[in-house]
Design a protein around this ligand. Structure first.
Ligand SMILES: [Zn+2]
Length: 381
């Protein structure tokens, strides 16, 4: 059996830095990724479908062959999946501050975790069967509704992200559309009496971006192997779980450049005999969000040496097939994700003339620009 390894360095792709004339990936010394590109074939992949936000959720779902146009029902459901919350319907739920009917602060004046926990507890003591608030960090929580609703009742609910209506009258943006919207409005009303008893920072809940928890097609049914998901972040673990993959946790990981590279690489090697391993690393993306070019270059070099190099030294290169790509670019210049195609390489089959793994060189690869949704078909063909 061919052993397949999918490597996802989160947010690695970038733009040319005006000072150096190079992207962080071009600047970094990456002999191991360059080896894979040289001995394999390259291209670029569109991992964010038109009209979707370039989040890690959308991009990684697409890479793993899940059509977001069919299965992306909102941020709430993806967060519920990520956190293993067992429910039928989920919404993102902010703690917000509203004054005279105006949305003053979508972040509950940056309420602290401990205060937020007490708010969520107080809310849960007041709600009926089938409704539960799940505590996250600060103002970001999940509202789980585990009740029977008709399909179109769920679909026709209209909500608005609270950060889009700062300074505006909330009356025009309250949940609308049928019975589920009515329940949301009842919960909002309830929160107006509960929150002031516990905190001054927030005085209302604001549910948004919700829907039914999607049932992804099982990875095994489509590609003949269950797959193993190794990631430092619960989002990827949740996507893996929803695909029916085995989720492997690694000790001592930080989701940052100082993570336990050895532990992550070893876990990938250990599970490779199961046929398919996804190894996702978060740290490079964080350097992008910090807008730190030097740190991003360093994070890419560490990744190349301690993940890619470590693995290449220990696998049978005849037996293994490797696909490597970032989920989306996180350019240091804008410190956020963008929806542009990413470079990818596929080692273990054909070869093209590309000699190094960079944004620019991969554009000349034999695959050209591919639809991200087709990457797994390419990998498993
Ligand atoms: Zn990402």
């Amino acid at each position: 059996m061919v052993q397949r390894l999918l490597l996802i360095p989160d947010g690695m792709a970038d733009w040319k830095n005006p000072k150096t004339g190079k992207t962080p990936l071009e600047e970094a010394d990456t002999p191991n990724m360059d080896f894979l590109a040289k001995e394999g074939a390259c291209g670029t992949a569109k991992t964010v479908p038109k009209g979707y936000p370039p989040g890690s959720d959308v991009a990684n779902m697409t890479i793993l062959g899940i059509d977001v146009r069919k299965y992306y029902t909102g941020r709430g459901p993806i967060e519920a999946l990520a956190r293993g919350i067992d429910t039928r319907i989920a919404f993102r739920c902010n703690l917000v501050y509203v004054e005279n009917g105006i949305m003053v602060d979508y972040s509950g004046n940056r309420i602290g975790d401990e205060e937020a926990r007490r708010v969520i507890e107080a809310l849960n003591s007041e709600v009926d069967e089938g409704v539960r608030f799940h505590c996250g960090r600060s103002y970001r929580h999940v509202l789980a509704i585990d009740r029977e609703f008709e399909e179109d009742e769920v679909k026709k609910v209209k909500t608005t992200p609270p950060h889009d209506i700062t300074g505006k009258k909330i009356d025009d943006y309250l949940p609308e559309g049928g019975k589920l919207a009515e329940l949301l409005n009842e919960l909002i009303d309830l929160s107006k009496t509960v929150l002031p008893e516990v905190t001054d920072r927030a005085n209302m809940i604001w549910p948004w971006s919700g829907g039914r928890i999607p049932k992804f097609p099982r990875f095994a049914d489509r590609f003949g192997v269950r797959g193993v998901m190794i990631s430092e972040v619960d989002l990827l673990q949740g996507i893996g779980r929803a695909l029916g993959m085995k989720v492997v946790e690694v000790d001592g990981v930080t989701g940052y450049v100082d993570t336990n590279y050895r532990g992550l690489a070893k876990a990938a090697l250990r599970h490779l005999k199961e046929g398919f391993v996804v190894l996702h690393l978060e740290g490079i993306d964080e350097a992008g969000h910090e807008g730190n070019y030097e740190l991003k270059v360093e994070a890419i070099e560490l990744y190349d040496e301690k993940i890619v190099g470590y693995i290449l030294d220990r696998v049978d290169l005849e037996e293994v097939s490797i696909m490597l790509l970032p989920d989306h670019p996180t350019p240091v210049a804008v410190r956020t994700h963008v929806a542009e195609p990413v470079p990818f390489l596929l080692y273990g089959g054909k070869k093209d003339g590309v000699k190094e793994f960079t944004e620019r060189s991969c554009r000349k690869g034999m695959f050209g620009e591919v639809n991200g949704l087709k990457l797994m078909n390419l990998f498993f063909s």
